[in-house]
Design a protein around this ligand. Structure first.
Ligand code: NAD
Ligand code: UGA
Length: 440
């Protein structure tokens, strides 16, 4: 079977590389010619652990190729994935579907009969219907089916997630499409990963409901963390205590600086907008979005109240989480400009974000390692949870900084460790470790 994937971003490239490893014949397409040229010359446009090696191997095996000639490639495809972006439409906070609809047009013009079009982008309920309408309008005589197949991978562990999914969701009632999807995911089925066939609309909504449920858990534990700080409780113990209840489970209970990334914020907004459109208000989710925005403001205030007259702040990590170079809706994008506005000098180290991040902030000092940041700082602020930060030499940091202060929004260290090293330490939902100036 020949598979084309339109959109060679985080999802398209990972899907393409992983399906090629499952012995499918895949061409990844993109409108961005430079991206395709880079991919053809072995340059991977994103940081995703393991992806570069996997792509290289599958290109060498002739199972994976790249092209910006979308029209020509689609003509030969038996299955076409759409994996383009669905960012927020700034006019109504819903999903901007222009990239998806542009793909539908291109598909309509070039599709051969009996091709299955698989919508992997995250899209509001009813989008598959609209894609079908567009293709029909452009090419009324062709036989095809549009299937919903949302993706649940996380950046940073995308290859593992794609190859070991909790479930594969497929929205179609068409027998030929069911057989095509079973064949595309044969390796997954051989390994007993569950595949759920449902309607297109249910499939589309499962994706938004999953992301929104996870976003809700994060805001819930963040608000519990705020309460912990006020009453002297420990959010780590709370997460452990509630997470051991099998009905709740332990995942997605890490308190932090709020959720970011290319999906939770935009998908939560889009589900709220769908709720408005269909007169089924998503009130809980509205509160989640609001809570997430307010959190970023409150964390800037927390930093300012701790640092007081000290003006040099070192920031470790600016992406929305560890193990990615993705800056989309990262908490740093509001926290850092806020601190700059208040007159702080900012030094930054991030293991991956320098190249993209440098465009995001003005008047900051980028460093190449943790300890160069420490040298310039009165206070260190940790925004992401890279292993490199977890294993940094705290003794060395304590020696470099005159009166060390660490504000850790990812709870990477134990309070005992900080007490022993006499580092002033403020984390999330836990007691602060604080010393009088004389005690250091
Ligand atoms: P991305 O921005 O990284 O990549 C999208 C790619 O599509 C870009 O390279 C862009 O140039 C290309 N493109 C846009 N219009 C095109 C067109 N008309 N023809 C060909 N190519 C075109 O996006 P992403 O992060 O991979 O997300 C894609 C979709 O998958 C979104 O709907 C997102 O919500 C969903 N999703 C993303 C993730 C994730 O972790 N990033 C996980 C699950 C689902
Ligand atoms: C998320 C979902 O986990 C994926 O299933 C989904 O496919 C994807 O969105 C998507 O639709 O794009 P991702 O955005 O890569 O994946 O990252 P997550 O690991 O889920 O983290 C999202 C945000 O929540 C990050 O800002 C992270 O720091 C934060 N988070 C996560 C917490 O604050 N606490 C947690 O316990 C977990």
């Amino acid at each position: 079977m020949k598979i084309s994937i339109i959109g060679s971003g985080y999802v398209g490239l990972v899907t393409g590389a992983c399906l090629a490893r499952a012995d499918q014949n895949v061409t990844c397409l993109d409108i961005d010619e430079k991206k395709i040229q880079d991919l053809e010359s072995g340059k991977i446009p994103i940081y995703e652990p393991g992806l570069e090696d996997l792509i290289k191997e599958k290109v060498e095996n002739n199972l994976l190729s790249f092209s910006s000639n979308i029209d020509q490639t689609i003509k030969n495809a038996d299955a076409i994935f759409i994996a383009v972006g669905t960012p927020t439409n700034i006019e109504n906070d819903g999903a901007d579907l222009s990239q998806v609809f542009a793909c539908a047009e291109a598909i309509g013009k070039n599709i051969k009969s009996n091709t299955v079009v698989i919508l992997k982008s995250t899209v509001p309920v009813g989008t598959c219907d609209k894609v079908e309408e567009i293709i029909n309008l452009v090419n009324p005589s062709i036989d095809f089916d549009v299937v919903s197949n949302p993706e649940f991978l996380r950046e940073g562990s995308a290859i593992f997630d794609f190859e070991n999914p909790d479930r594969i969701i497929v929205g179609t009632k068409n027998k030929n499409s069911i057989s095509t999807l079973n064949s595309i995911y044969k390796k997954h089925l051989d390994n007993n990963f569950p595949i759920i066939f449902t309607t297109r609309r249910s499939s589309e909504l499962i994706k938004y409901a999953s992301n929104s449920m996870l976003a809700m858990r994060i805001i819930f534990i963040n608000e519990i963390a705020d309460l912990c700080e006020k009453v002297g409780a420990d959010v780590e113990d709370i997460a452990l205590g509630i997470g051991l209840d099998k009905r709740i489970g332990p995942d997605f209970l890490n308190a932090g600086p709020g959720f970011g990334g290319s999906c939770f914020p935009k998908d939560a907004r889009a589900l709220v907008e769908s709720g408005e459109n269909y007169n089924a208000p998503q009130n809980l989710l509205k509160a989640v979005i609001d809570g997430n925005e307010k959190r970023k403001e409150s964390l800037s205030k927390k930093i300012i109240s701790i640092t007081k007259d000290k003006k040099n702040i070192g920031v470790l990590g600016v992406t929305y989480k560890a193990n990615t170079d993705d800056m989309r809706e990262a908490p740093s994008l509001s926290i850092i400009p806020d601190l700059i506005d208040k007159g702080f000098n900012i030094s930054i180290y991030d293991p991956q974000a320098n190249k993209v991040g440098i465009k995001e902030f003005e008047n900051v000092n980028w460093e190449n390692d943790i300890y160069s940041v420490v040298k310039n700082s009165d206070c260190l602020v940790i925004l992401t949870e890279w292993n490199e930060f977890k294993s940094m030499d705290l003794k060395k940091i304590s020696d470099i900084m005159n009166k060390p202060i660490i504000i850790d929004f990812r709870n990477l260290f134990s309070l005992d460790e900080m007490e022993k090293l006499k580092i002033e330490y403020h984390s999330i939902g836990r007691e602060a470790v604080n010393f009088n100036k004389e005690t250091k």
